[in-house]
Design a protein around this ligand. Structure first.
Ligand code: IPM
Ligand code: MG
Length: 364
């Protein structure tokens, strides 16, 4: 009997539906190779959900996600819904689903593919050896603290509790243990009270529970500098919600394109939400040119973290590497030919098809 997994697909807005379509087809092609069955349910989120139901996170979507083994999301947002005065915004759907599912740890691995070494604006010698995992706190901090809107005065509050810091730092420290054993905690403890609590909590927890993991504290402003100056020096980076949002966009540029980077959002159970780091890219939506690899690689993270299907996850990652080895690139990476290489630029669907043609039932 093949194992059946219930997967909710949330294509969302912009290029979301295009990249999720390729991801679904890739999982469908993978299933027979590993004796798996996927039971997909497509639901609304973001701008398209506002248009159809008035809410960026309809109840039916939330219920389906709560009953699923994992959720795969494309992207939300776009100019149509970006009026700052609007009462409902697509992003509320994304923040709402993260919060409602208790997904407090956002894993954003930054891997530099040797085939894409020239994609970044940084010199290849700076990028040599870069292998980072950013763990971003996702359901607290300034994104969720008390706030007040206003035209004369407005505020947001960066609020963290000790248990909120502890649980995300445990996720990061466990990851560091399985990697190079180094954790960098990012804060702004020279100014912010919430960062001083963050730093104290990290120091105490690491000494008590992870004495074998080396820990350092870095201020967020300095971190943005180190990330482009000496990115290979870091292993696992842990930070609060907003600092993590900012440094992961910066870190993504080490890889050259947002179109290559997957992410996983996890809570206490095995259910997780998986999404590419990129946004809805309204400028290229509907043209069939978006890079589907970040979404496809997010499905690999889903197989690994929520479904425990490590071999199947590796099969997807290997197929992506083979597609790059064979010289295929979507337009975001068209300029990445190395001196002895020719590249062929293909669209979203063709890239998905090429990845699928390279899927094999390898085992680790
Ligand atoms: C991200 C995005 C979101 C965030 C937006 C779309 C709400 O930038 O996932 O990094 O800020 O968390
Ligand atoms: Mg962001």
């Amino acid at each position: 009997m093949p194992k059946t997994y219930r997967i909710v697909l949330l294509p969302g807005d912009g290029i979301g539906p295009e990249v999720i379509a390729e991801t679904r087809k890739t999982l469908e092609a993978l299933a027979p190779l590993f004796d798996l069955t996927f039971d997909f349910s497509e639901q609304l989120i973001g701008g398209v959900a506002i248009d159809e139901t008035g809410s960026p996170l309809p109840d039916a979507t939330l219920t389906a996600c709560q009953q699923a083994d994992a959720v795969l999301l494309g992207a939300v947002g776009g100019p149509k819904w970006s009026d700052p005065a609007a009462a409902v915004r697509p992003e509320q759907g994304l923040l709402g689903i993260r919060k409602a599912l208790g997904l407090y740890a956002n894993l954003r691995p930054i891997k530099i593919y040797p085939q894409l070494l020239t994609a970044s604006s940084l010199r290849p010698d700076v990028l040599a050896g870069v292998d980072l995992l950013v763990v971003r706190e996702l359901t607290g901090g300034i994104y969720f603290g008390p706030r007040q809107e206003g035209s004369e005065e407005a505020y947001d509050t960066m609020l963290y509790t000790r248990p909120e810091v502890e649980r995300v730092v445990r996720v990061a420290a466990r990851a560091a243990r399985g990697r190079r054993g180094r954790l960098t905690s990012v804060d702004k403890a020279n100014v912010l009270a919430s960062s001083r609590l963050w730093r104290q909590t990290v120091t105490r927890l690491m000494a008590e529970e992870f004495p074998d993991v080396e820990v350092e504290h870095v201020l967020v402003d300095a971190m943005t500098m180190h990330l482009i100056r000496r990115p290979a020096d870091f292993d696992v980076i842990v930070s609060g919600n907003m600092f993590g949002d900012i440094i992961t966009d910066e870190a993504a540029m080490l890889a050259g394109s947002m179109g290559m980077l997957p992410s996983a959002s996890l809570g206490d159970g095995s259910r997780g939400l998986y999404e590419p780091i990129h946004g809805s890219a309204p400028d290229i939506a509907g043209r069939g040119v978006a890079n589907p690899l970040a979404a496809i690689l997010s499905a690999a993270m889903m197989l690994r973290h929520s479904l425990g299907e490590e071999d199947a996850a590796r099969a997807i990652e290997t197929a992506v590497e083979r597609a790059l080895d064979a010289g295929y690139r979507t337009p975001d990476l068209a300029h990445t030919a190395l001196p002895d290489q020719t590249v062929e630029v293909v669209g979203t669907e063709a890239m998905g098809e090429i990845v699928r043609s390279h899927l094999t039932p390898i085992s680790v």
